[in-house]
Design a protein around this ligand. Structure first.
Ligand code: GLU
Length: 305
């Protein structure tokens, strides 16, 4: 297959942050991303989102866990920490188009402003949007380093999600570069997805509200849109998002209990209604049975075992 044929096929991806081990909910999302990509003839790419919160050894364990479950991926694993030039270029392009500004607000100032009655939930109130040169100089002189924000042209943006239908969310003046110089997640994701030829984004539905921002940013950068599928999260028995403290939730924990990787894939498959309890499964079998219409729309409650 020539490179251009591969490009035509598009690509899906899994993009873990190496801040710790993947738990069963993360592994389930990875299986889903793999199924969505492979069932539509797409390549499947891995991207390590290591711009912050890196725990030594976590990346290696995450990749080993995905491989142990039988998931395969195409090409080299990409690391955000090695792609700063791409993010800088994107910010420079937005800057040239007059679509950025410096923001000197502290976290606390933003929190105070956004907790005012009638403030749109989670949106930056625009405090620094129209600072005069003198006001900017004053803040700089006070020793504050600025973050760079998008001068958003839209307040709302609508995306289409395979599972959620049309979803409209707030855009606001999102951060492009944090005040410590680190490119912001929303920017990096948009730049990377386009640069890697990714046209299908499957991830946890906690990120659904970020999708309109990201899609709007992609449009401003002249980048192609993607197909979204935000999949249900895994919860613990209290209905809270599954976390390390919930017991044997990682692959290593499960193996320590005497389960095999095939058992764990089986547990995930049952949760996706792709297998019966105790039935031996493989990724190929799940792909054979895969039908996104049958995917449960409610969160998966992991009771532990
Ligand atoms: N790195 C993010 C996470 O692990 C996922 C970002 C994305 O899929 O867009 O939650």
């Amino acid at each position: 297959m020539s490179l251009s044929d591969e490009d035509d096929a598009g690509a899906g991806r899994f993009a873990p942050s190496p801040s710790g081990d993947l738990h069963l909910g993360n592994l389930r999302t990875a299986v889903l991303a793999w199924l969505f990509a492979r069932s539509t003839g797409r390549r499947f790419l891995l991207r390590v989102e290591d711009l912050d919160r890196v725990r030594p050894g976590a990346e290696q364990r995450q990749l080993a866990d995905l491989a142990a479950l039988g998931l395969d991926w195409d090409g080299r694993v990409v690391h955000q920490s090695r792609r700063r030039r791409l993010y800088d270029e994107a910010i420079a392009r937005l800057d040239e188009a007059g679509l950025t500004y410096e923001c000197y607000c502290t976290r606390r100032e933003i929190l105070e402003a956004t907790s005012a009655p009638h403030a749109p939930a989670g949106a930056y109130p625009g405090t620094c949007r129209d600072l005069t040169d003198a006001e900017r100089a004053e803040r700089r002189a006070a020793g504050r380093a600025p973050a760079i924000r998008l001068r958003a042209t839209e307040e709302w943006y609508t995306i289409h999600d395979v599972l959620h239908g049309d979803f409209t969310g707030i855009v606001d003046d999102l951060v492009l570069r944090r005040n410590d110089g680190t490119p912001a997640y929303n920017l990096a994701v948009v730049v990377d997805d386009a640069e890697q030829g990714i046209d299908q984004v499957v991830r946890g539905d906690d990120l659904l509200t970020s999708a309109p921002r990201q899609a709007c940013l992609a449009e401003l950068l002249g980048l192609p849109g993607v197909v979204y599928a935000h999949v249900p999260l895994a919860l613990n028995h209290d209905g809270k998002r599954l976390a390390k403290r919930d017991g044997a939730v990682t692959l290593a924990d499960q193996l320590a209990l005497g389960h095999t990787t095939a058992d764990v894939l089986g547990t995930i498959a049952v949760s996706l209604r792709l297998a019966d309890p105790g039935e031996p499964v493989s990724p190929a079998l799940l792909l054979d049975r895969w039908d996104p219409a049958r995917l449960p729309r409610e969160p998966w409650v992991f009771e532990g075992s």
